[in-house]
Design a protein around this ligand. Structure first.
Ligand code: P6P
Length: 331
């Protein structure tokens, strides 16, 4: 008789001791993200039925139209993290500046900050294509009980204590790491429970999928153009298959399971590319490396980059180790 798969809650309790800081706060933090993911999932799955699609009439700091679900997801994650009284600060793609959570209260002993892309790929929502949430967790570097500062957020990716994503796809999954490998949990929406469905996820060292927006081809540096042509040549295990959803979380998730590379390079229009270092590239890089994959800006390890601004962008190459290393030889 097959045993009931482990729930996310059971997994967190079992692995509590392996967390670097066994105060239990990180467990409570992951649990609060689990709750917010279920609530956002409910709204994402019915977006077509209620007037929650379409622009919220506002734009975020990136100058992108804020889709109503973007705003909803952003508010829900901030609300849940605040109510659980676990973090001292939050930064979000949808917020111009970071948000201090009672950190000026000298009694506030909370030591974590969270950076989120609350709904990545939201331009896909009104065409019913999968989207995702990305989160990155650090311990604050300023003294507990003092107001949180920008320094608490501008930490290298290598200092993350946890990172993960939720992919709202054909099923909803929460995939995360605390530095001890990567595990994937699938939501049973009937009972609102995440079950361990993908233990110890790893990138195949090689793959035959490349994910890039080839519409930008003429704007790419010559090295990127040469790599794309390499992917398309008839030789050995090539040509590769081109798969690009327009949702980083979904492209990343598929490539981690099947083997592949995702890249969003710099272009003549955007010298640092489009993806944000703090709440897109760093968390995905942490997951990639924990899954024996690789993540770079084409030359440097993503998690070694010292951030200087909250919303800074970097070129991003991420996925199967051998594919990323091959791509780097063209840069
Ligand atoms: P483009 C979504 O806005 C996102 O940040 C990633 O999820 C996605 O891979 C990329 O941008 C899509 O950008 O320029 O190809 O539409």
């Amino acid at each position: 008789m097959t045993s009931t798969p482990k729930t996310l809650g059971e997994f967190i309790i079992e692995n509590q001791s392996s967390f670097k800081y066994t105060s239990g706060e990180l467990s409570r933090l992951i649990n609060s993200i689990r709750l917010a993911a279920k609530v956002v999932n409910h709204e994402v799955n019915k977006a077509g039925l209620v007037d929650i699609i379409g622009n919220a009439g506002d734009t975020n700091i990136q100058g992108e139209d804020q889709q109503k679900l973007d705003v909803y997801a952003n508010n829900k994650f901030i609300q849940t993290l605040t109510k659980r009284n676990i973090v001292c600060g939050i930064a979000s793609e949808e917020e111009d500046d970071f948000i201090s959570i009672n950190s000026q209260d000298t009694n506030n002993q909370n030591k974590y900050v969270v950076l989120i892309d609350p709904l990545d790929g939201s331009s896909n929502i009104d065409v019913n294509v999968s989207v995702g949430t990305i989160f990155s967790i650090y311990r604050r570097v300023t003294p507990v009980g003092t107001p949180v500062t920008i320094e608490d957020f501008l930490q290298k990716g290598s200092d993350q204590v946890a990172a993960g994503y939720v992919v709202y796809g054909t099923s909803t999954m929460l995939v995360y790491t605390t530095g001890h490998g990567v595990n994937g949990f699938t939501l049973n929406p009937a009972i609102g429970t995440f079950y361990l469905s993908h233990p110890n996820m790893t990138f195949p060292e090689n793959g035959n999928i490349y994910s890039v927006n080839e519409g930008n081809y003429i704007h790419f540096p010559q090295g990127v153009k040469n790599y794309i042509k390499y992917c398309q040549e008839e030789e050995g295990d090539r040509p590769y298959t081109s798969r690009y959803i327009g949702s980083l979380v979904s492209d990343f998730h598929r490539n981690m399971i099947k083997g592949g590379i995702y890249f969003y390079p710099q272009t003549s229009k955007d010298k640092n590319g489009k993806l944000r270092l703090l709440y897109e590239c760093n968390p995905m890089a942490f997951i990639a490396e924990q899954a024996n994959g690789k993540a770079s800006d084409g030359k440097n390890r993503i998690m070694d980059i010292k951030p200087t601004e909250l919303h800074e962008r970097v070129p991003f190459f991420c996925g199967s180790k051998n594919m990323v290393e091959k791509a780097e030889t063209f840069m």
